[in-house]
Design a protein around this ligand. Structure first.
Ligand code: ATP
Ligand code: MG
Length: 362
């Protein structure tokens, strides 16, 4: 076989006889590179990437398991060679990412070829899964941001078009009412229509802001939270106190809307579950992170039960928030216990890591 077309293997083995044995079995099918120490193995892989490493777990310099971990970290497929059939060594090696194992006394041409083929195949599958996972994470973060963009678009249409049209009709009806005042029934109907239009305008104005608060774009998160506090007092009878250090722009408008929606959802949790009528929003900007905490002095809950319960018995809110935050490198910290109130902290990075940015970046 042409040497250039043969796959490179690296055989890491300090025993000359064992090394010779494996090399002889494989040399017609593979380009077998041999080293006798862990250090030489690490040097080799920095120069040249072998298709697969056959690794004796007992080496004179570096522990075989440590070397295994370092190779696995670089996504190099490793087959572990053990001296005697020790179940513990094999289990540990497989847990650390070895893709196959061979017991030295039983090594044959067939068992070697089988181990190498199977390791290469598993490694391919592993890499495909890693690529798919990255694509899924990018897609999921893009979907979350797309949702925020869509909210902004709907909010804009409601505000710029529907609300203005309703307002125009309301004015016209008002004038007709004034003109037709000598016909009492008509004037009464028009007054009623005018009232209904007023209500519709109010509902649309509120929905517009809830979907995507315009304040967020012009004045930042702090101002949007102040608006939300007032809104919760008016609509839910929940007194919300804002503690805001300065006024911060979110890392992006889309993320700002996302944080706003989360805080709104957490305040609804207070209304639904805490049994109190007061809550606090705290916004703190650290050097690398933005932290928003929503807290209450209500009845609290057992956070461990929440983790165990998952999403099987309703209660998708906190789970979904935490999963979606993770897509942007953020996290949710829940601190609560029965009778001791609840504090939920959102932590987001002020700079979103590039690999988490959505694909089209708009
Ligand atoms: N502020 C709070 N005070 C007391 N209990 C809370 C509070 N927030 C959440 N909980 C508890 O945690 C559970 C999970 O909250 P989560 O927001 O995930 O779900 P939910 O509010 O029940 O339903 P969903 O948000 O899907 O409408 C709640 O059912 C409640 O028992
Ligand atoms: Mg909820």
């Amino acid at each position: 076989m042409n040497l250039d077309s043969m796959l490179d293997l690296l055989l890491v083995e300090d025993d000359d006889i064992d090394r010779e044995h494996v090399r002889r079995l494989l040399q017609t099918d593979y380009q077998v590179n041999e080293v006798a120490t862990g250090k030489a193995a690490l040097d080799f892989v920095t120069q040249k990437r072998p298709a697969c490493v056959l690794l004796d777990y007992r080496l004179p310099d570096i522990g075989g398991m440590d070397l295994l971990s370092q190779l696995v970290e670089q996504s190099i497929p490793v087959i572990i060679l053990t001296g005697e059939e020790s179940a513990e060594v094999i289990v540990e090696a497989m847990q650390r990412g070895a893709l196959h194992y061979l017991v030295k006394g039983n090594i044959s041409y067939v068992s070697l070829l089988h181990a190498i083929n199977s390791a290469l195949e598993k490694n391919n599958l592993k890499q495909n899964i890693e690529i798919k996972n990255k694509q899924l994470a990018a897609l999921a973060s893009e979907l979350t941001l797309a949702e925020q963009r869509e909210r902004r678009r709907i909010s804009q249409i409601l505000h710029d078009h529907v609300q203005q049209i309703l307002y125009g009709i309301q004015m016209r009806v008002h004038i007709m009412g004034l003109d037709g005042s000598e016909q009492p029934k008509l004037a009464m109907h028009l007054a009623e229509v005018e009232k209904l239009l007023g209500q519709a305008t109010h509902v649309i104005r509120t929905l517009t802001v809830e979907l995507s608060p315009p304040l967020l774009q012009s004045e930042g998160l702090g101002a949007a939270f102040q608006w939300l506090a007032k809104h919760m007092a008016e609509t839910q009878n929940l007194q919300v106190y804002c503690e805001i250090e300065g006024d911060y722009q979110a890392p992006s408008v889309d993320l700002g809307v996302f944080i706003f929606q989360i805080v709104r959802e957490l305040l609804f949790n207070v209304v639904k579950h805490a049994g109190v009528r007061q809550a606090w929003i705290q916004l703190v900007a650290k050097e690398d992170t933005l932290e928003v905490t929503v807290s209450d002095h209500g009845m609290g809950f057992d956070v461990t039960r929440l983790a165990k319960r998952g999403d099987s018995r309703g209660g998708f809110g906190l789970y979904s928030i935490s999963e979606r935050l993770a897509l942007f490198g953020g996290r949710l910290e829940i601190d609560s216990a029965p009778g001791l109130g609840t504090r939920v902290k959102i932590v987001v990075l002020r700079q979103i890591p590039i690999h988490l940015l959505p694909l089209d970046g708009n």
